[in-house]
Design a protein around this ligand. Structure first.
Ligand SMILES: Nc1ncnc2c1ncn2[C@@H]1O[C@H](COP(=O)(O)OP(=O)(O)O)[C@@H](O)[C@H]1O
Ligand SMILES: [Mg+2]
Length: 260
């Protein structure tokens, strides 16, 4: 038998991904993640990220969402990262297409092929993270992307991931609201983006400061629906903060964000 170092390396690494994961398969969520995500194709893609030195092992499931699974992982140096793996099989593609079609950055991307759409979606989330980060919006810093897998800054501390805004008691709700509105303005004016799914679910609180996440659906402000979706985002934020006795004038904010 010829010795094939490369394929042996691959097999070993795949085993390592599986093993490091199996040891931690403690609850139903983890089991579900394992079955959905750790197929041969994704394992090969994870292997590539391992050989690139981007991740070393998977620690635990952060979330099993509708489009993708999120994990905390560690690098060889022991630094934490977050890994988002978009599912290529599960059937929730219905909404995705409208956030791609109409975005001038993705002109000509057809909606027919699901595998292709998922790759475009992952690329879009990565590009959006990068643009927002560069515009000064607090988002997880993008680290790497390979096909349907995104690696980004882990938002949390040693013990636990940061909580969603909806699960946090705010010390100064007015200040948090102001920061979020500032990020919406920066997104629009500097990154040319509208989030399109902004709410207390997609904002994490780290050290008392909001961090905007889940930016895959964010569209270029020239998208024909951009204004409508910006107003929807503002309404979500206003609705949430009204419960905290903070009033947001949606139309005034909309005007301020989009003024020429
Ligand atoms: N960079 C991150 N660091 C820590 N936790 C994260 C990170 N990104 C996402 N999460 C966790 O995973 C959940 C789902 O992530 P999200 O990007 O909103 O995907 P979905 O499309 O499933 O809503 C978030 O609500 C948050 O709790
Ligand atoms: Mg989300």
């Amino acid at each position: 038998m010829p010795y094939d170092a490369k394929s042996q390396g691959v097999e070993k690494a795949l085993e390592r991904v599986r093993d490091s994961w199996k040891m931690r398969r403690k609850d139903d969520d983890d089991r579900k993640s394992y079955d959905e995500v750790f197929n041969k194709q994704n394992l090969m893609r994870i292997y590539k990220l391992m050989t690139d030195g981007v991740v070393d092992k998977f620690d635990f499931t952060l979330s099993t969402g509708k489009e993708g699974n999120l994990f905390r992982a560690s690098t060889a140096k022991g630094e934490f990262v977050a890994v988002k793996i978009f599912r290529t099989s599960t059937a929730t593609f219905g909404d995705m297409y409208k956030y791609v079609a109409g975005d001038p950055r993705f002109r000509g991307v057809g909606g027919g092929n699901r595998k292709r759409l998922i790759l475009v979606w992952a690329e879009k989330e990565y590009m959006n993270l990068d643009a927002l980060h560069r515009a000064g919006v607090r988002v997880p810093k993008p680290i790497a992307r390979h096909q349907n897998i995104i690696v980004m800054e882990y938002i949390g501390d040693e013990c636990e991931p940061a909580r969603q805004l909806r699960n946090v008691d705010l010390e100064d709700p007015g200040k948090t609201a102001r920061t979020i509105l500032d990020y919406m303005r920066l997104s629009y004016r500097k990154a040319y983006l509208v989030h399109c799914d902004l709410s207390e679910f997609n904002i994490l609180m780290l050290g008392g400061e909001p961090v905007i996440i889940d930016v895959g659906q964010a569209v270029h402000r020239d998208h024909p629906n951009a204004l409508e979706w910006l107003r929807r985002d503002l309404n979500n934020i206003a609705r949430y903060f009204r419960k905290k006795d903070v009033e947001i004038d949606v139309e005034a904010e909309l005007k301020e964000i989009t003024k020429p």
